[in-house]
Design a protein around this ligand. Structure first.
Ligand code: ATP
Ligand code: LTN
Length: 328
């Protein structure tokens, strides 16, 4: 059984892209591997400065992770700041990566450029060192990530290799894996950009907690094209291809098969909206039950924190011994 680690930042409302591209695979993969799922609030702190916001986002994201079907007795779902070893190993990682290496990270260049008038924290720069700690603490063999995160897995491998070379074999080298045919969900109003919580308008983004009427309206208004022919062509007909991909992902049917079954945009849009609303209804119901029971959520997160800490402590201890800190 491979040890698999995935993490998600508590930075906003979870949307259909997150679900079809990531969370759904987490749920289906929880029995096949030994999986750890971190809600990485320390990473989100790099771009958050409002009191209380991180905690609220964390509990809402936790409720969503359990609502979509992660089983706290099978998967280890934990909050990063509950496991102090992340910060402790993070510092050691900062001392094992160079300024030059961190300067080459494209995510830092992009994010700091976008925030040019805003506060750019040093944490945004050293972010990959903390991410390396997340991964190495759990001896993770596999880290499922999208293309944007591959560079961070590469630098984690470089850091681990350097540490092992300096101080002796300590860390397992992780491998980036591409999630199984992860649907890439595009924005409904701009089908050439990915559906994202940071997009300009909300109309193109379907949130997990949107009411059925809102979902149906968003699909009805999805941007398509004017030739009125349903066929699967990502380049020429990105709007229609996106709808077919979404309906395909929800109903487990190949998008090209669906394309043959539809002749009108209107019925494709309404079926898509209805299928998504139907898929989300039981998730929303479980979410509402959980979010109304903070004591239970706290209990579930403590189970995760205990399991995560047990593993992380052993690894940190190993790193401390390898470095040769004077023991207390
Ligand atoms: P933002 O929406 O602000 O761009 P994000 O949605 O990429 O952020 P992350 O927390 O970085 O959010 O990603 C969580 C997971 O969801 C990642 O595994 C990411 O690959 C996946 N994901 C995000 N957006 C999409 C999308 N539109 N289609 C498929 N997968 C997605
Ligand atoms: N940087 C990632 C989130 C993240 C992560 C991790 C992913 C933090 N630590 C460890 C995988 C493994 C992102 O922005 N999506």
């Amino acid at each position: 059984m491979a040890r698999v680690l995935s993490c998600i930042q508590p930075t906003g409302d979870v949307h259909l892209g997150n679900y079809l591209g990531a969370l759904r695979n987490w749920v289906s993969g929880q029995h096949a591997n030994d999986v750890f799922h971190g809600i990485v609030d320390l990473h989100a702190l790099t771009v958050t400065d409002t009191p209380g916001e991180l905690g609220r986002n964390t509990i809402e994201l936790a409720a969503m992770l359990f609502a979509v079907g992660l089983d706290p007795l099978v998967a280890t779902v934990f909050v990063q700041s509950h496991v102090a070893e992340h910060s402790q190993l993070g510092w050691i990682m900062e001392c094992t990566v160079s300024f030059g290496e961190l300067s080459r990270m494209t995510q830092f260049k992009d994010k700091s450029a976008k925030r040019e008038a805003d506060f750019v924290s040093a944490g945004l720069f050293t972010y990959p060192a903390l991410q390396a700690a997340d991964i190495l603490l759990y001896d993770a063999n596999e880290v499922p990530v999208g293309d944007d995160q591959r560079q961070h897995i590469e630098i984690t491998r470089d850091i681990a290799t350097r540490f092992n070379h300096r101080f002796g074999d300590t860390f397992v080298l992780p491998k980036a894996v591409t999630p199984p045919a992860g649907a890439r969900v595009m924005d409904l109003t701009d089908p050439t950009s990915k559906m994202s919580k940071s997009s300009e308008t909300e109309a193109g983004c379907v949130y997990m907690l949107d009411a059925p009427s809102v979902i149906e309206k968003k699909f009805k208004r999805a941007v398509t094209d004017s030739d009125n022919e349903v066929r699967y062509d990502r380049d020429a007909k990105p709007g229609i291809a996106n709808l077919l991909d979404i309906l395909g992902a929800v109903t487990n049917t190949p998008a090209t098969t669906l394309a043959d079954q539809y002749h009108q945009y209107g019925s494709l849009k309404s079926d898509c909206g209805a299928a998504v609303a139907e898929m989300l209804a039981p998730i929303q119901q479980r979410y509402n039950e959980l979010i109304g029971d903070p004591a239970e959520l706290g209990r579930l997160l403590r189970i995760g924190a205990e399991k995560a800490t047990a593993v992380a402590q052993v690894t940190l201890e190993r790193a401390h011994r390898a470095i040769g800190f004077y023991p207390r």
